[in-house]
Design a protein around this ligand. Structure first.
Ligand code: SF4
Length: 64
């Protein structure tokens, strides 16, 4: 699984961090998403999918 984020779409809602804290973080300055792990292990797959679904800005793309 590969995760791609679009910082330009991100509105800093933080839903991704709540869903998958091992994969996503937010910048202190403006809350924009930081991708901690672009190639998360399969056991985090459900969390990453959940993060992508929750993101109100559709800023997270999951490639399988
Ligand atoms: S949920 Fe989406 S909009 Fe919110 S911080 Fe994460 S990537 Fe950005």
């Amino acid at each position: 699984m590969k995760v791609i984020i679009d910082e330009n779409k991100c509105v800093g809602a933080g839903q991704c961090v709540l869903a998958a804290a091992d994969v996503f973080d937010q910048r202190d300055e403006d809350g924009i998403v930081v991708l901690l792990n672009p190639l998360p292990p399969d056991d985090l797959g459900a969390q990453v999918e959940d993060a992508a679904l929750r993101c109100p800005a559709l800023a997270i793309e999951v490639v399988k």
